[in-house]
Structures are given as structure tokens and as C-alpha cells.
Unconditional design. Structure first.
Length: 525
């Protein structure tokens, strides 16, 4: 939902990529290459010409492997993580010392939403990583590379996200407070913005009861498109019918003050002042909904939600009042959500009464990952479906780090990472996409394109009449999509090939997010 007010998909925030780039320089000074190292090369592409392969780094440079750069394997893996190259990272785990392999496995488990596994791997490392600080020197005399500030920051943030997604409010509150306290002087304003919501809001709910979900069989229900072009689901707040907006990128559920008041909910006296939710300063309180039902079928007990003033989510031009927002906690309860073009959704709950049907779990399509509040989908290059078939959920990701000079790219290199923002109204492709397709726009006139809510000026762009995207073994084609011809200079935008908002998703016959298998599918009209 905050995408609506704040330039689609984090336009005013930097990602970990830019910060990691600085840390890599420190690692180069402190860490020696491992025996099994496959060194990498960072090459800056010409901004107006097609590039030759793989995912670029967040600052607009292209990350290629197979030639020497002097970076240690560990330093290169930090870059790959920041660049969302999860399959390439997993392919190199066998080259690492046990403690480093445990560290990166825990991060990957978080990105794949295997939260308990991530916690088991990362919790034992907290003290060890914190002791090393940013010295880059192991404290126990081991031969593995030392832990840096980059490692500790990533470790603590990932663990905090694990607790938050699991609804372990007290642990999540403590973890975010520790992260904020330990790195407060080292966090940029953008990084502080990224963790503002959990740091300020979790203390309000640390003693809230855990949400419980009653088992429910799969069901289909009608939905409505709201005046903002987003999806609203029918819900019942203690038996009172409402329509709540769907925003998978939001870490919490939200409820309007009038809705909470009409339902007789108890609203916390304590509140928090935040600015990163909509880009404007607003006061937020907390509540617990004793009984919350989605579509009259799926019931959540003791659901935590944060209460906002109605005026903070009122859109006067559309005369539209947002009654509530379904964030990640609701999506996790729904398990699998299919949105259809006939204004219906099909839900396969995470917990079901009857034994699931044979095809209940989605195992085909494209992998998607959760990176902070970003939903990142690994799509293939159209016409290269054979190289992008995903492995089964939970299994090792196939492939090796590609040597572009030696032969064709492998499955991981064939992936293109896109942010999917079902709570955002605007779709565009970045300069990373343009670099690979520049020749297609030779005869086209450039125009200026403005990002919704962005502080940056209009950007030079072209319009792609047809954009084929490979989703697993299927190809879907989007139409009339803006393509930025130059990097925005914001790593959170430049490190993906594009942001697919509700306007692009609305061109599809259907699309599915299965949070149980972390697979995404899409079907064209």
C-alpha cells in the first residue's frame, strides 16, 4: 500500500546493494581468496547498448563471473545476494567453510520463506559474528574469512524478518531494537526508513497473543477492483462486512480507525508516529481483532492490526476510503492466492480440513522470493524456457556460476529478476532491461516518464508495445510498458529488470502466488 504514495517499489529508498558495494572494498583488504574460489569481474556496460547476459549489480554495473577480479568468494557472494542472484549463491555453498555456508544458507532460507530453517541456521551465529565486528579477522583462530559489519547487519536484519513473518512479536521487537541500537550511527536515512515500521510498531504489540488460523478447504470468491485499480477482498471484522485492499509487500495488516471503532475493537492508548508508510507523518495505534474472516470462509483468531486515521488513507480524487489493508500475515494464512480476470480469486489455505488435492501445491512456474518488503520473481528470458525450469521447492538450486567467455549461460544466468508489486499502480522496466533490448527502440522517439510519487524528475523512456516474459515454461506478453533508458541512481530500482504493478497484472487472465511452495504462475488472456 505504501507503494501508492511512495514511488512504486521503493523509489525513495536504497537497497542493500549500494551498501554492500562499500563493504566489499573492506573485505578485499581483509579476506584472502578461498582455495575453491571462482573469481568474478565487474564490468560497467554502456548505458545505451545491449548487454551480454547476467544480472547487473544495483549501482548499474554488470556483474559477470569467470575472470579474475581479486574479490574473495565471500565478498562476491555478498554482491550476488544484494543483486538477488539466489541460485548463483546457492550453487557456491559447497565451496565455503562450514560457518560461511551456514550463514548464506540461513539467508537463502529466509528469502525462500523457510523461516524456521533460517532461524536454526542463523541464531547460533549471532554471537560469533558480533564478536568479530568489522575487523574482518576471526576471533577463534579459524581459517575461514572474518565476519564484517556487512555480515552482522545482514544477519541481524534477516533474523528480525524471520521472527516478524512468524508473528513472534516479542522476539521480533527485540531483534529490531538490537539492530537499530547497534547500527544506528551506521544506518543511512534510507536504511532507517526501511526498518522504521517494525522498530516503532512492534513495541506496541510485543505482548499481543499469537494469531491462530482455523483450517479451511479451498474456496473461490468474487472480488472488486477499487478506484485505485487494486484488488479488494471481502472480509468480516467481527461479523461486520468490509472490503480490504490486498498488499503483499506490507509486513502488517492495517485497519481504519472508523472500522475498528464500528467493530468495537479495543485500540491501544500508546501509539507511534511514522512517516515511511505513506510518505507523510501519521499516528498509528494497535488493536487485536478477535475474529477476522476472509470471504466468509477463512477465519483468523486474535489477528493483530495497526490502526490508522481514516484521513491518512483517503483518496479525494477517487472519493475512496481504504477500510483496511491485508498484508503478509493474511497472505501467509491464505497460503495460495489466484487472482482471475473475471473478478474472482481462488484461495488454497495454508491449513486445510480435508486432505489436499493432488495438484493443490503449485510446483511449476517461476520461483519468487521475499527480500525485506520486496517480492522478487525470477523470470526467464523469453524463448529460453528450457534453461529456466525451477527445481522443486526446498531442493538445491541447480547451476553453477557462468563463465560468459566459455559458453552459453546456465539456468541461474538465464533468470531475470523482477519486483512484483500487487499493491502498486505503476509498471515500468528499468535501464537493465533496456540495455538488453536497446536495438528494439532504435526507430522510436524517446519520451519523458514520471514515477508515481517519486521525488526524482521525469526520466527518459521508451514504450515497448510487446514485452514477452517467460514464467516457467509459459510465456505471457504485456503490452505498452514504459522502459527507462537510464539508471535512476537508486539501487532499489536499478537492481531489478522491472517493477510489475497492478496495471500489468491486470492484463493477465490469471496469476498465482503460492506462499507454501514459493512459486508464481501467470496465464495470458
Amino acid at each position: 500500500m505504501r507503494r501508492i504514495q511512495r514511488s512504486a517499489s521503493r523509489a525513495t529508498r536504497s537497497s542493500q546493494a549500494a551498501w554492500f558495494s562499500i563493504q566489499v572494498l573492506a573485505l578485499m583488504l581483509h579476506a584472502s581468496p578461498l582455495p575453491a574460489q571462482q573469481p568474478a569481474q565487474v564490468v560497467s556496460p554502456a548505458p545505451q547498448s545491449p548487454s551480454s547476459g547476467g544480472q547487473q549489480s544495483g549501482a548499474g554495473a554488470q556483474l559477470q563471473t569467470g575472470t579474475s577480479s581479486g574479490l574473495s568468494t565471500d565478498a562476491r557472494l555478498l554482491n550476488l545476494l544484494a543483486d538477488h542472484q539466489y541460485r548463483s549463491v546457492e550453487a557456491q555453498l559447497g565451496q565455503l567453510p562450514p560457518d560461511q555456508a551456514q550463514f548464506y544458507s540461513g539467508i537463502l532460507a529466509n528469502r525462500s520463506n523457510h523461516l524456521e530453517q533460517s532461524i536454526r541456521l542463523l541464531e547460533p551465529l549471532v554471537a560469533h559474528v558480533s564478536e568479530s565486528g568489522d575487523t574482518g579477522v576471526p576471533t577463534d583462530g579459524s581459517s575461514s574469512a572474518g565476519w564484517s559489519t556487512a555480515h552482522e547487519k545482514l544477519l541481524r536484519k534477516t533474523l528480525a524478518e524471520d521472527y516478524l513473518r512468524l508473528g513472534e512479536w516479542a522476539k521480533a521487537a527485540d531483534a529490531y531494537q538490537a539492530l537499530d541500537a547497534r547500527f544506528k550511527d551506521k544506518l543511512t536515512s534510507d536504511e532507517q526508513d526501511e526498518i522504521e515500521l517494525p522498530v516503532k510498531l512492534l513495541p506496541l504489540i510485543r505482548s499481543n497473543p499469537p494469531t491462530t488460523i482455523e483450517p479451511c478447504d479451498p474456496f473461490k470468491l468474487p472480488v472488486s477492483g477499487d478506484p485505485l485499480g487494486l484488488v479488494d477482498l471481502p472480509v468480516f471484522v467481527d461479523a461486520r462486512s468490509r472490503n480490504w485492499m490486498l498488499d503483499p509487500t506490507l509486513p502488517f495488516n492495517l485497519i481504519a480507525h472508523s472500522t475498528a471503532r464500528d467493530a468495537g475493537l479495543k485500540i491501544s492508548t500508546a501509539g507511534a508516529t511514522i512517516s515511511s508508510l505513506t510518505g507523510r507523518t501519521m499516528q498509528v495505534h494497535a488493536t487485536v481483532v478477535p475474529r477476522f474472516t476472509i470471504g466468509g470462509r477463512l477465519t483468523l483468531r486474535d489477528m493483530t492490526a495497526f490502526v490508522y486515521e481514516d484521513k491518512d488513507y483517503f483518496f479525494p480524487q477517487a472519493s475512496y476510503q481504504v477500510e483496511g489493508v491485508l498484508g503478509y500475515p493474511a497472505l501467509a494464512a491464505m497460503g495460495s492466492l489466484t487472482v482471475n480476470s473475471d473478478n474472482t480469486v481462488f484461495i488454497r489455505p495454508a491449513r486445510q480440513i480435508s486432505p489436499p488435492e493432488k495438484d493443490d501445491l503449485l510446483t511449476t512456474g517461476a520461483r519468487f522470493y521475499l527480500d525485506g518488503d520486496q517480492v522478487v520473481v525470477a523470470l526467464g528470458r523469453a524463448g529460453n524456457a528450457g534453461g529456466d525450469a525451477p527445481s522443486q521447492p526446498g531442493s538445491a538450486m541447480p547451476g553453477k556460476v557462468a563463465d560468459h567467455a566459455a559458453g552459453p549461460p546456465d539456468a541461474a544466468d538465464g533468470e531475470r529478476m523482477y519486483a512484483v508489486d500487487a499493491g502498486g499502480q505503476q509498471t515500468y522496466l528499468t535501464s537493465r532491461y533496456f540495455d538488453e533490448h536497446a536495438a528494439e527502440f532504435n526507430q522510436q522517439k524517446m519520451e519523458m516518464f514520471s514515477l508515481l510519487g517519486a521525488q526524482s524528475p521525469p526520466q527518459p523512456a521508451y514504450t515497448a508495445e510487446n514485452v514477452p516474459l517467460q514464467v516457467g515454461d509459459s510465456t505471457v506478453t504485456l503490452h505498452f510498458i514504459h522502459v527507462l533508458s537510464q539508471p535512476l541512481g537508486t539501487a532499489a530500482l536499478d537492481d531489478v529488470y522491472g517493477v510489475l504493478g497492478s496495471d500489468a497484472l491486470g492484463q493477465l487472465k490469471s496469476y498465482t502466488f503460492d506462499y507454501r511452495s514459493m512459486m508464481f504462475t501467470a496465464a495470458a488472456e
